[in-house]
Design a protein around this ligand. Structure first.
Ligand code: HEM
Ligand code: ISQ
Length: 147
């Protein structure tokens, strides 16, 4: 299945909504991740010494980076049908932090829930699927560099 212009547009429009309230949505994103994988708290340098999930420029920057990379992966899928990882050190970083396969599912679910909140009444199954396909393409590219 190829990635359509419409799917790319759906990802882009909800990315804008996400960015409009980055402090709120990045906290929501981490909160959902930690609900599902409490032990992941200790993996993030900017979370491990704080109580709960507290707003900080670092926390926002990391969340923005992840969502931004998924958005870029949508662009790549539409333009050339595959995701090429810009940063080949990403696999090594994640291995070193102790990231394993099931974590990718947790992060995906949190990303989709966060996008659902951000999109509001513009949310649809089609929009959600577009994010999911873009995330899966990116996750596969990262995992390939984790072997
Ligand atoms: C670090 C992206 C999945 C945990 C990083 C970095 C990037 C990144 C770009 C480098 C540091 C930064 O700039 O944030 C991604 C993307 C993912 C993904 C695009 C999925 C498609 C995961 C998963 C986990 C995870 C599933 C596990 C819960 C971490 C941790 C770091 C990191 C713990 C180090 C953060 C620090 O303390 O500096 N990731 N990541 N990542 N990632 Fe991921
Ligand atoms: C995964 N990798 C890097 C940064 C992140 C920020 C929030 C949630 C997951 C992440």
């Amino acid at each position: 299945m190829s990635f359509s212009e419409k799917q790319e547009a759906l990802v882009n429009s909800s990315w804008e909504s996400f960015k409009q309230n980055l402090p709120h949505y990045s906290i929501l994103f981490y909160t959902i991740i930690l609900e599902k994988a409490p032990a992941a708290k200790g993996m993030f340098s900017f979370l491990k010494d704080t109580a709960g999930v507290q707003d900080s420029p670092k926390l926002q920057a990391h969340a923005e980076k992840v969502f931004g990379m998924v958005r870029d992966s949508a662009l790549q899928l539409r333009a050339k049908g595959e995701v090429v990882l810009g940063d080949i050190t990403l696999g090594a970083i994640h291995i070193e932090k102790g990231v394993v396969d099931p974590h990718f599912v947790v992060v995906k679910e949190a990303l989709l829930k966060t996008i659902k909140e951000a999109a509001g009444d513009k949310w649809s199954n089609e929009l959600s699927t577009a994010w999911e396909v873009a995330y899966d393409g990116l996750a596969t590219a990262i995992k390939k560099t984790m072997n």
